[in-house]
Design a protein around this ligand. Structure first.
Ligand SMILES: C[S@@+](CC[C@H](N)C(=O)[O-])C[C@H]1O[C@@H](n2cnc3c(N)ncnc32)[C@H](O)[C@@H]1O
Length: 250
């Protein structure tokens, strides 16, 4: 189905307002936006930077690419993609949280390529862009947060052009039982305590561990990508499997 316009600056509207749970997720990110980057760096021991770099390495080897980064948050994926790839013509970052986007906007002007990047407030399950408009769609630590994962994957498929690629970075659980046990201890007890202390919002970091433990990963997530119509799907586990990059082609 065709949707109107590529870059609409305030397209978030009544449809999302109707769903209280969806509202709660982005409101939670509104609350922690100013401390989000700091907490991210600390809680991932800086690993999030190398995971986003790996995402950039998986960009297709084509010149002049258009990128849509969903759940862009404070914009770190967009910024690292343009840092590590010379092949990006323009990029759009989309998110529902106005405060996360405000943090992203603050970071963009410092970058030489900021004129090629724009930010849109919208819902990743109802992307306000035309069919076949992007070479690449990315989403990092965002697919776990949308209320309708299948709808969001189907939207990603719709807005990608025919040779387009989706790259999804998301938390997962390590396959090694000992490492998994240690990681679950970290997720359940240390992460909410440290995250809560720094951000002032312990509940947000309890939410993080609950959603990580319940979200499909590995072959289960690849199945969702296949069902959404993506081809040549692959999973790239990172750091003992605590995060995974999934890729697929339209
Ligand atoms: C954990 S942050 C990830 C931010 C960024 N991608 C990164 O790598 O740091 C998740 C983001 O998803 C956004 N979000 C949640 N539900 C969304 C939706 N339905 N549509 C768009 N963004 C959404 C939140 O506002 C938040 O900024």
């Amino acid at each position: 189905m065709q949707k109107a316009g590529v870059a609409i600056t305030e397209s978030f509207g009544s449809q999302a307002e109707k769903s209280p749970s969806r509202q709660d997720v982005y409101r939670m990110f509104d609350r922690i936006a100013s401390r989000y980057d700091l907490v991210n760096r600390l809680l991932s021991f800086g690993q999030d930077i190398s995971w986003r770099k790996k995402l950039a390495e998986l960009l297709p080897d084509r010149q002049s690419q258009s990128i849509l980064d969903l759940a862009t948050g404070t914009g770190d994926v967009l910024l690292s993609l343009v840092k590590y790839s010379k092949n990006i013509r323009y990029g759009i970052g989309l998110d529902m949280s106005a405060k996360m986007l405000a943090e992203a906007r603050r970071k963009l002007p410092g970058s030489a390529i900021s004129k090629n990047l724009s930010l849109v407030r919208a819902d990743a399950t109802s992307i306000p862009c035309c069919d076949n408009s992007f070479d690449v769609v990315t989403i990092a630590f965002g697919i776990r947060n949308v209320t309708d994962v299948k709808e969001s994957l189907s939207e990603m498929h719709r807005v990608l052009n025919d040779s387009g690629k989706v790259l999804i970075l998301e938390f997962s659980l390590p396959p090694n039982l000992l490492i998994r046990k240690l990681h679950l201890f970290y997720l359940r007890y240390l992460l909410p305590a440290i995250g809560g202390l720094i951000s002032g919002d312990k509940e947000a970091y309890h939410y993080l561990n609950r959603t990580i433990e319940s979200f499909p990963y590995g072959s289960d997530f690849l199945k969702l990508l296949d069902e959404a119509g993506f081809k040549s799907t692959k999973a790239h586990p990172l750091t003992f499997g605590v995060a995974t990059i999934y890729e697929g082609e339209k």
